[in-house]
Design a protein around this ligand. Sequence first.
Ligand SMILES: Cc1cc2nc3c(=O)[nH]c(=O)nc-3n(C[C@H](O)[C@H](O)[C@H](O)COP(=O)(O)OP(=O)(O)OC[C@H]3O[C@@H](n4cnc5c(N)ncnc54)[C@H](O)[C@@H]3O)c2cc1C
Length: 457
Amino acid sequence: MDDTRIREFEKIVGAEHVLSTEEDLISYSFDGTFTEGRPDIVVQPLNTEQVAGVVALAHRYQMPVIPRGMASGLAGGSVPVGGGIALSLTRMNRIVEIDPDNMTATVEAGVITADLQNEVEALGLFYPPDPSSVKQSTIGGNVACNAGGPRCLKYGVTGDYVMGLTMVTAAGDVVVTGGKFIKNVTGYNLAGLLVGSEGTLGVITEIVVRLIGKPRIVRTAMAVFDHLDDCSRAVNSVLQEGIVPATLEMMDQTSIQCIEEAMNLGLPVDKAAMLIIECDGNNEAAVLEDMQALADACRREGAAEVTVAQTATERSELWRARRSVSPSLARKAPNKLGEDISVPRSCIPEAVRRIQDTSKRCGLPIAVFGHAGDGNLHPNILFDRRDEEQNAKAEEAAGEIFQIALELGGTLSGEHGIGVMKKNYLAKDIGDVSITLQKAIKHAFDPKGLLNPGKIY
Ligand SMILES: Cc1cc2nc3c(=O)[nH]c(=O)nc-3n(C[C@H](O)[C@H](O)[C@H](O)COP(=O)(O)OP(=O)(O)OC[C@H]3O[C@@H](n4cnc5c(N)ncnc54)[C@H](O)[C@@H]3O)c2cc1C
């Protein structure tokens, strides 16, 4: 990029926050997948006004703008596949306000999810959305992907907590939509449209989120199974008890073994599957009773063992295991293709069985874990990209997994989004008419196609 243009960006955000050396550009070429794409320049604004200035300048020069949080995304969404400006929001990391009376927090887009959670929990409040990347991801990225997480079974996904947004349009105008008020039918729900838009409709700079009271009592249990089918059935049985656990997470044997190899936590590597179940509330006796009922449901379905964590350390070890599953898989094979299908809950056993068949047919290990209570499974295909045959097999397996999801009445992505990784399968899932409508929405927001081009469609 020519120096004059670089100087113009520097005037807006300061010279030290415009990066253009080869090393810098390489650093901003990746996300949590193996997608690659080098930006022409990296710009790191500090506030909404600077974002608006940068986006307006990009609009003038017709340069693509790729909004970027912590790049933990698993769909290639923040990768600048066609070049352009990597617009890093991570300097915008201020928690602007926590308002206990209205039970809201107002945060800049670059706030790390766990930082917000810790701050509000210190005040007895609770921000439930908890992607497993909670210590890395930003709230802006969470909103842009409508991130889920283990607790979404009981508490819902990120979008359920978004009350208002400040965003910068493709032309560089600032729009404030929604706010601290709960009810709002004044025009279309623009904030709702931005949720899950993966940086293609606007740059989110500030977010008002709803908070709830923090549950005082939490109990966590691990149930292990000799047969995957028993585990899948136990998920349905647990939910049919009429108790909504806060989380109901599943890991298959490949996942358990990979975590144990990486972390040495004493997990049962000989078992076919395990569930992590958590109940919470404010009444200790009631929470314990619920946990007992859920443990009994697991035993009825054939659980070999159910253990309730007795101490905070035991509980945090269980969560350390669950949160480490994705990084631990890296030890099994150089690459992993992580999928994110969502199926009706009753179809989990069949989905898992068919994914195992795919694994055998393609000759590649596929670890299956995920938010079983939501029917949201993450089959991770383990392979070596340098091997052409394995590469082709991994693609084939991914295609089969999507087909399985669709045949069972499910969908391609429960929480990671489409990005570049799944866009070739989109039409099969949502159909041409829906795509035409969605493209019309995109055109209304971004007629020149400058916001995160090449994503979703
Ligand atoms: C180990 C691991 C575990 C994970 N677990 C989960 C999980 O349990 N649940 C889950 O939902 N996801 C999970 N993810 C995926 C990922 O962390 C989430 O998608 C997260 O929301 C991305 O946040 P980010 O700040 O890293 O966004 P990025 O990866 O930087 O960006 C993601 C998308 O959002 C857009 N975007 C980012 N910020 C903005 C903004 N301010 N305005 C407009 N668009 C923006 C980008 O353009 C891109 O399309 C996991 C990832 C990893 C690596």
